[in-house]
Ligand binder design. Sequence first.
Ligand code: SAH
Length: 328
Amino acid sequence: VQRLGAISEKPYRAAQILEAVYKKYAVSYNDITTLSKPLRGKLAVQVPFPVIREASRQISSDGTIKFLFSFQDGETAETVFIPTEKRATLCISSQAGCKFGCGFCASGLGGFKRHLLCGEILAQVLYVQKEVKGRVSHVVFMGVGEPFDNYENVLAAARMLNAPEGFHIAARHITISTCGVVPGIERFAAEKIQVELSVSLHAPDEAMRSRLMPVNRRFPLTMLMRACRDFAQKTNRQVTFEYILIRDLTCTPMAAKELVKLTKGWLAKVNLIPYNVVKEFPYLAPSKEDIQGFKSMLEREGVICTLRTPRGSDIAAACGQLRHVKGK
Ligand code: SAH
């Protein structure tokens, strides 16, 4: 509305455009026939649609589809569509590349290029909905990039995903995942939107976490856990902790004990992710026994926990396998 005002157009035009984009899947002003031709031309120049081009697509044997998108300047991002019987989940990217350099994740290997704009984040959802001819029911900000490092664009995108005049996806079906950017968690706790918070924990003590995740040197585990407990207290919402199981490292009985101390007795939940192999790193996937053993140790202590089944690993679309593919 503001942008239309700036080019002296009437506010109701915004509603027409939103309706066309979100309900009728318009991808350019030319598709919006409720606008006059001269107006379409003027808008295309002054308030351009975000450019999104499909650079490639891979389809997994389990039905997962990985899209590589390229934007106006040739920068790229990957998006993963994960259908199940009951859900159609889309895993979207918030940045081209990532600056956090976690020691097990392919997304940081190519370095950081730039933030994605709100329109570029939303365009991933629009594009996929149009391609699969159906609505996305769940959105997770778990693609390439750190959502809280691109806070404003990510929040604006989450609001539009939730808005009735936008995608109209329930806030509880939208999840933002952070590697532990504490100021972002604090800010998010004060937002009036019930979007889910996930925190990539991955290690239960300072030393191991600093070794695996450089972000822990800036925002140490103790500070992170305090911010998470404050979030739960303030919002009365659960915090989900993602926890990677790496053989002989993060899934030992000792680690389980430490993890219980961190997550027992408050609104916390643990989502276990068996490590997906990334060839540049030396780590190994856990065995079935490791996984089950670790899970039952948590459950025995009353910690709520789930196990994430990897999807799309044959096309490198599983957690931690998405990369920044060189643009242009
Ligand atoms: N930067 C945000 C969003 C990315 S989410 C965050 O870190 O939360 C991607 C998830 O996959 C994160 O939990 C990440 O830690 C996890 N991941 C990264 N590498 C992985 C690997 N090799 N195997 C399994 N999970 C991995």
